[in-house]
Design a protein around this ligand. Structure first.
Ligand code: URA
Length: 217
């Protein structure tokens, strides 16, 4: 079981100072990464830091393996995700599962989350204030999981994480240094459902991810 290192604890202390607090109680046993994520989800289950709280059904924190070396980051929950509280379970999620299978990974091998944890009404793009309000949660998740590779799904996630306004074409097919991880950007599975021609270049991205993953182990 992976536990939290001293360095991670220091980072968490910093995050606490920047607004995430009170998730650490008096327990003396070392926590697993999963424990930390669960504690954090429970602590913030009533989050109302932005207007998306008014229209959401369920907060969708993320799911998968807290000890994963790869984290996928989408844009925000859709209708099915909002109802079930689980990321990528609708049509786009089924395609994401297939993309993982194609590179010999399962959903249990990776962690999947989103830039914003509550559904933007009508599946619109998340707005700047919503992204800003939610970003400490993603930072916290990444500081706990410490993935080797982060895969941003779609232009919105890529732009937010890389703090740029580049096109998807410009961002894909390369790795960017990102904290202690490497970050790549590929097509959002919803975009692939609407534009089947993009499945071929998306496959190139998946192969690149697979190579990097194999080298990182
Ligand atoms: N699209 C996303 O970006 N995230 C989900 O969880 C589902 C669909």
């Amino acid at each position: 079981m992976n536990t939290i290192s001293e360095a991670q604890l220091r980072k968490i202390e910093l995050l606490k100072l920047s607004g995430i607090n009170e998730i650490f109680t008096q327990e003396t046993e070392p926590f697993s990464k999963e424990d930390y994520l669960q504690k954090f989800e429970t602590e913030y289950q009533d989050c109302a830091n932005c207007k998306l709280a008014q229209t959401r059904n369920k907060l969708v924190w993320g799911g998968g393996n807290a000890d994963a070396d790869i984290v996928f980051i989408g844009e925000g929950p859709g209708q099915q995700e909002d109802l079930q509280g689980v990321p990528f379970v609708g049509n786009a999620g089924q395609l994401l599962t297939k993309m993982l299978t194609a590179i010999d990974l399962s959903r249990e091998d990776v962690y999947i989350t989103n830039i914003v944890k509550c559904r933007p009404p009508g599946n619109r793009n998340p707005q700047e204030d919503e992204i800003r309000a939610c970003m400490p949660y993603l930072e916290f998740q990444l500081s706990i999981i410490q993935p080797k590779i982060i895969c941003a799904l779609g232009k919105v996630a890529g732009n937010v994480l890389l703090q740029c306004d580049d096109t998807l074409t410009k961002m894909r097919q390369k790795f960017f240094p990102f904290s202690s991880s490497k970050l790549m950007v590929t097509y959002h599975p919803s975009a692939l459902l609407h534009n089947p021609d993009w499945k071929r270049p998306a496959w190139e991205d998946m192969k690149m991810l697979k190579r990097e993953y194999a080298e990182s182990r």
